[in-house]
Design a protein around this ligand. Structure first.
Ligand code: S3P
Length: 427
């Protein structure tokens, strides 16, 4: 793919599509299979480069992977994972670096984790602190411990009771993975309910794990033990479906359907936000999985709070919806956006501004005065961000509005290599 992509406005959008397998589930399916003894299978693994980075890293640690008949066969070594003297390359993937910090903490020895230019700016102190309390030494640069990271893992990790200070499924998961090799029960408390992918999948693999509500949040307790082999099915990624939900809602002549999605409550908060804005967007149950339907709508401004969409991955594309709405939308408590693949707090504002909106911020809140319709968007050029979600949000705006030129477009490959092809197929 060229690194500069021109997105033309679409006259009409119709059709059904499948988005890639859920990125969060894919990373964990590989990691849990790697920790298990025997061969696991994974159907629907994400084809993105982030998940490929996790896979290659696990192979360096002793895992065997075979791709066969559309499935991935993963065998964890009988004797358990072993350290590697190679640099373990997490590429653009924060999930790989944070979760694998927990996984390598369970392998006595020294591990070097590196990342690309974007990942090398992201804070890793949030995982280093709890893993340090468990007995691993995690070293990085500066106060926030940016990569490259060195993780020195002890012969025996200590059990921990930890209150996660930020809403982060990645930090929760790193501690739970390390807890599998601790000397007693490890528990993690979160004040905001983040995605439960790790808990659900560890339980499915036979790990003794309990989860209970504590106020608005949860406490999860894991007992040490090795997961069992498992046959994993990865549903479609709801965070990728969000791009088509917004596209369908703001384009003037669209009827779109995204098939086969995970629709767990922590992942589909964006649907409620869009519905509140007046969007004709619905989740339709199809057995254990869901389809998402989206049709052209007139949108009104709304107020979005970070706790409605923990992990805030869908905010850049919701900023595009706000730009197409009538009135001023408020995005509240969005500080975490600054620590993603790029500074999405600034990036979401710049995107709306490029479309012609008035934007401003106050502390961790930002505001977008919408243009009442995507037909009023300006044609724009977005600068390279090394951030897949900023690229896709820009493409949605260009496709529904007056077109756009995206620099650094190949970054979509980190989660959705065929994004531009799928977008073209709907036209
Ligand atoms: C993820 C968690 C989120 C999200 C990321 C994937 C995961 O990060 O942004 O894309 O798989 O656990 P935080 O929960 O740490 O914010």
């Amino acid at each position: 793919m060229s690194d500069v992509e021109r997105v033309a406005p679409a006259r009409q959008l119709r059709g059904s599509l499948r988005v890639p397998g859920d990125k969060s589930t894919s990373h964990r399916a590989l990691m849990i299979s790697a920790l298990a003894k025997g061969q696991s299978t994974i159907t629907g693994l994400s084809p993105g480069e982030d998940v490929a980075a996790t896979s290659v890293m696990l192979e360096h640690l002793g895992v065997t992977r075979v791709d066969e008949d559309g499935r991935v066969l993963v065998s964890g070594p009988d004797e358990g994972l072993r350290p590697s003297s190679l640099d373990l390359d997490c590429a653009n993937s924060g999930t790989t670096m944070r979760l694998m910090s927990g996984v390598v903490s369970t392998i006595p020895g020294k591990h070097h984790l590196v990342g690309d230019e974007s990942l090398s700016k992201r804070p890793m102190d949030r995982v280093a602190t709890p893993l340090g309390l468990m007995g691993a030494t995690v070293l990085g640069h500066g106060n926030s411990l940016t990569p490259p990271l060195t993780v020195e893992s002890p012969a025996q990790l200590r059990a921990l009771s930890y209150h996660v200070p930020v809403a982060s499924a990645q930090v929760k998961s790193a501690v739970l993975f390390a807890g599998l090799a601790a000397d007693g029960e490890t528990s993690v408390k979160e004040d905001v309910r983040t995605r439960t992918t790790t808990e659900d999948m560890l339980q499915a693999a036979g790990v003794a794990l309990t989860s209970r509500s504590v106020g608005e949040g949860r406490e999860i307790t894991v007992r040490p033990g090795r997961p069992l082999r498992h046959d994993w099915f990865v549903p479609g990624d709801p965070s990728q479906a969000a791009f088509f939900a917004v596209l369908g809602a703001i384009h003037r002549d669209a009827t779109l359907e995204v098939l086969s999605l995970d629709a767990s409550p922590e992942r589909v908060g964006f649907v409620g936000v869009l519905q509140r804005m007046g969007a004709d967007v619905r989740l339709v149950e199809r057995g254990a999985i869901y389809a998402l339907h989206a049709r052209s709508s007139s949108l009104e401004a709304t107020e979005v709070h970070a706790h409605e969409i923990p992990s805030v991955d869908e905010v850049p594309v919701l900023a595009v919806a706000a730009a197409a709405a009538f009135g001023v939308s408020a995005f509240r408590a969005m500080g975490e956006l600054r620590h993603k693949e790029s500074d999405r707090f600034a990036g979401s504002m710049v995107l709306a501004q490029n479309l012609g909106c008035r934007v401003w911020s106050e502390g961790d809140d930002f505001f977008i005065e919408g243009l009442a319709s995507a037909s009023n968007f300006l044609d724009f050029t977005s600068a390279s961000t090394l951030d897949h979600r900023m690229v896709m949000a820009s493409a949605v705006a260009g496709c529904a509005g007056r077109g756009c030129t995206i620099e650094g477009a190949s970054t979509v490959s980190s989660s959705y290599p065929h994004f531009f092809r799928d977008l073209a197929l709907l036209q």
